[in-house]
Design a protein around this ligand. Structure first.
Ligand SMILES: C[S@@+](CC[C@H](N)C(=O)[O-])C[C@H]1O[C@@H](n2cnc3c(N)ncnc32)[C@H](O)[C@@H]1O
Length: 392
């Protein structure tokens, strides 16, 4: 896992994280660091700040829904450090001829340029005259480029009346996630979510290796493939025999063995008791129905009709999933949110109180369900996610 400045991460318990999926990523962060997270804030749309009570470096490698993580340099009063003070921190990691970049989030062009100037002047004044400034597109050096260019990247964003600064110390291993998505025998990108999103959802299920994860609408098996790479036992059903065959091919391509690491069959998600022969699973992660990709925003009435039709499958399947998950197990379900031409949002809402499930709240902030994903859209249909928990 690419730790760039592992030591720097150990020096701060305030971490800045660039979010891949907005609020959903914050939920994943709170879920993975459950217990260690004291505070989670989102000072701008793309960034979260997590305050922890202990070292979380080892768990960081499990997070899928962030693009980078930086330990923040704070001033004594708790606010962000002044850029000049930060130069001192930076110089610890820079060498003559290092590549250097500033990634600004939620900063306007003037603030960004002024910051780059102060940092660069400070670095040069400190005697590092040959440090090379990279000028990334949209003022953001992407995580792949940080690795490719071996650059020291500074994350900068507005925070508590100042600008928070931190050196990017960790980025996720996105190359292998991407190659699993495009390289598999049956990619089926038109119905599949990305491996990164699948892994984020799996993290929300909070399973231990060897436990059984069920996707009762498995499609071509993106969720199960990521579950297999996380050492979970994969159970999948789909009403289409063709999709079942595709999932099996995709899992075998990863080296998964029928019986030992997966069980995938034709089956109806609304009747899991029959498919599972009464046995229970440890967690469920699924995306049941993909609505059509609209050419233009639909009318509210059209969106409502689509959502109502899909709602029937969802509620019957949720009933069946609630029955099939063990006590304390979680059910992670993706629902569609349609943006209409009347400027409204039509959401597929689920209510599972009658099924004895509660909404998962890992703390330290409360999440409003369904939790929206930002930055991932399929033509006016957005995704949102419910995480239900069966009581112990
Ligand atoms: C949105 S796709 C799932 C895609 C999957 N997450 C992937 O990445 O490949 C939904 C799948 O549910 C299946 N399906 C629809 N109704 C079903 C039902 N009642 N029971 C089981 N599968 C069903 C469809 O055949 C389709 O493959």
């Amino acid at each position: 896992m690419p730790f760039i400045l592992r030591k720097a991460l150990k020096e701060s318990n305030q971490l800045g994280m660039v979010l891949a999926f907005g609020q959903l990523s914050v939920l994943e962060i709170c879920s993975v660091f459950h217990g260690a997270a004291l505070k989670a804030e989102t000072p701008c749309e793309r960034v979260a700040v997590l305050q922890t009570d202990r070292q979380i470096t080892d768990d960081l490698g499990r997070i899928a829904g962030i693009h980078k993580c930086a330990p923040l340099t704070m001033a004594e009063g708790g606010g962000p450090a002044d850029a000049r003070e930060f130069v001192e921190v930076l110089c610890r990691y820079l060498e003559e001829k290092s590549n250097f970049a500033v990634s600004g989030y939620g900063l306007d062009a003037t603030e960004y340029e002024a910051l780059v100037r102060v940092l660069l002047d400070g670095i040069r004044d400190a005697g590092l005259r040959k440090v090379r400034l990279l000028r990334p597109r949209n003022n953001e050096l992407l995580s792949e480029d940080i690795l490719k260019r071996e650059a020291l990247d500074v994350m900068a964003f507005p925070y508590h009346d100042g600008i928070a600064l931190g050196p990017t110390a960790w980025v996720p291993d996105s190359t292998s996630m991407r190659s699993r998505g495009v390289g598999r025998p049956v990619p089926r990108s038109e119905i599949s979510l990305s491996p990164r999103l699948a892994r984020t959802l799996i993290n929300l299920a909070g399973l231990q290796s060897g436990e059984a994860l069920l996707d009762p609408f498995c499609g071509s098996g993106t969720i199960l493939a990521e579950a297999f790479t996380e050492s979970l036992y994969c159970i999948g059903f789909d009403s289409s025999a063709a999709r079942v065959h595709e999932t099996v091919r995709n899992l075998r391509w990863l080296g998964a063995l029928e019986g030992t690491s997966f069980h995938v069959r034709k089956g109806d998600a609304r009747d899991l008791k029959r498919s599972l022969r009464g046995s229970k699973v440890d967690g469920v992660v699924t995306e049941p129905v993909l609505l059509p990709a609209f050419e233009a925003r639909p009318k509210t009435a059209t969106a409502e009709e689509l959502v109502n039709n899909a709602g029937e499958v969802y509620s019957r399947a949720l009933d069946s999933m609630a029955d099939s998950v063990r006590r304390g197990g979680r059910i992670v379900v993706v629902v569609p949110v349609i943006q209409t031409m009347d400027g409204e949002e039509v959401v597929l809402s689920l209510d599972a109180r009658d099924l004895g499930l509660r909404l998962y709240q890992p703390g330290p902030v409360g999440f409003e369900y369904p939790v929206r994903l930002s930055f991932e859209t399929t033509r006016w249909v957005r995704r949102a996610v419910y995480v239900f928990e069966s009581p112990l």
